[in-house]
Design a protein around this ligand. Sequence first.
Ligand code: GLA
Length: 761
Amino acid sequence: MTKNNILVDEAQGILRLDTANTTYAMNISNGLYLGHFYYGAKIPSDDLSYKRALTTPMSEEALKKDFCVYMDSTDFEYPGWGTGDSREGAIKVRDGNGVTRTNLLYKGYRISSSKALLPGLPSTFGTKPGESEVPTLQIDLEDPDTGLLVTLFYSAFYEEDVIARRVEVRNNGKEDLVLERVLSASMDMPAVDRDGRDFELLTFYGIWAREFTRDVRAIGFGKTGVQSIIGKTNNKNQPFLGIMSKGTTQEQGEIYGLQFLYSGNFASYVEKGPNRGIRVSMGIHPEEFSWTLAPGEVFYAPEVVMTYSSCGLGKMSRSFHDLFRKHLIRGAWKDKKRPILINNWEATYFDFDTEKLLSIAKKAKECGIEMLVMDDGWFGKRNDPDSSLGDWWVNEEKLQGGLARLGGELEAMGMKFGIWFEPEMVSPDSELYRAHPDYAIAVPGREPSRSRNQLVLDVSREDVRDYIFTGMSKVLKSAKISYVKWDMNRHLTDLYSAALPAGRQGELLHRFVLGVYDLQERLLSAFPDLLLENCSSGGARFDPGMLYYSPQIWTSDDTDAYERIHVQEGAQTLYPLSSLGAHVSVCPNHVTGRIVPFKTRGHIALAGTFGYELDITKLSSEEHEMIRQQTAMYHEYNDLIRTGDYYRIASYQENGFYDCYGVVSKDKSEMLLTFIHVMNQPCMPERWICIKGLDPEKLYAVEQIDDSTEVPSQKAEKASSDSDRVLCKAHGATLANAGLVVPCRYGDFQSVLYRIREVKE
Ligand code: GLA
């Protein structure tokens, strides 16, 4: 049966999905189990039985005698538990007798032309949520002993070369079943690439203010990978796995990329066995997870998205960028240019009042900034991080006239207004905690551990969510508020929910994540025009799940442009530039003490959402002029940056001297190229940059549009006409091969922007 790039060959027992450049195939192994057959470059629909015969040659008799050998050596698609497979299981279910054997037999398949949304969870979709023309293959697996029905869903995003997969677990039995692990994806694949070289593992690690650091490790025998066990995703590990050829570059090498659309605990592992195959697994971390499923109930495991590139990392990044921009990010701001904001956190921290904010807004407006974001410290009696979280009413001592006055004056000025919340938290010193101590996650009779002197609210509870939602709605209705920064600044510890019976405490963490999603969904439904930016001590909850709710996420509390070179490079490997919160801040930088030229700070922030985080009233007139030029550049190039294809050309992390990346429009008529001369050295050579992503046949004009070494007045004189700025005219093929020469600059952290535009021959 063939339908929309899904092909099931019942005679061969092969089920396959195709995208533009990839094929994903499963097989029915020995007529019993669902096997993983192939994932990689697209192949014709040939008879593949020769391959199956080589991989699973067991007769019925042999199978009976040596079942464990079969289980331990077969490539499975969604392995069960306790039947002889010694590798990481995907699912483990305990029945009423305490038995955990979970034996999933292949039952059948269905093909549909659309992809349903997941109830209460982030979900990729077709053109619009709910109108999803994405072909989907559903495969049923059944454990006849318990009545467990597991349905695997595979949706093929053809143009993006992405397969989205997820799992539904239904209890068709007669008694409660306890799910002790339900991973979202498992895949048994060769441990070597097409050149026979061992695959390596690419992951991203970090810490506060140093997120998205790239790590490449050998995949040795045994299990390796990344995880989160703090109740949310974190800055220490991204929910991403890259299985790649040794020495993979932007344009060469094979890579399988998997990302998890979830914002809680996760396990992402690669396990290499003695037969040199690897098992890749991704899903909710089985630690601290259990879920009681009554007869007739269904459990929805979150989605995993996977892509394969036979031509390097750059293709993987672009596939994920397109998927997330078109099929994950939703709402009013999905395809829109976002307002340039100025956030007062680094300008004032907790020390501000209405006059101070208005003075910042006034100057910002004069320089082309469009929105003031009032950060932490406007509510309850909060003047430091020690109190008031949960008391979501305005501190009128600080903000006389309340939000109505501030919002009104901003509106009169023509500035939009944004506001900070940390909805999932409560300070022990707050009206909320004094009235409802049980709202916090804590073990009765034991002192819960505090972090930033705060506790986490039990948002798994509906009454707690109602309290939060009511408080936030009231604030959002009290003035014209266009934007919310939703922060989350600690781990979950002391796990106990007053709302769950003892036997269901293992559900708390997943219910917490569902609660956060529910709150954000309610907020977006009530305020559909709201621009939401998620944040967690910088990028400690930057994951694809959050992108379903907010089109942008604060990438890092480190606003030092030099540090941002590597943080943003890491983040851009996985996420579209349009989703990366990036601001220009003051120097010496508050986190590192480093000084980077103002223009370079602007150039680097342009590769994200773009905004400012500084006291603009304290800047010089020269700097104000630079802001005017930067905000004008944002308007000129943001459509391209937001919607174009990202090409990484050189990496400072790799070469130690310079960085270079560009964004090319989809029709290949235009490119914005950023070159950063990061570290200077005597006798530095000129840099030879081979420009990727252009159409080899098209003729382009290369213009230098901004240079950090130019002072604004010189620039105004210099840029008298476009043609004055043209450095050369050349075909895409010339620029890709003979390259562009960037002269050596004087000083560290210098940057230059080039616009490359198609011109008539
Ligand atoms: C977190 C955020 C910062 C800022 C502070 C406010 O650390 O990442 O941007 O909002 O909280 O307390």
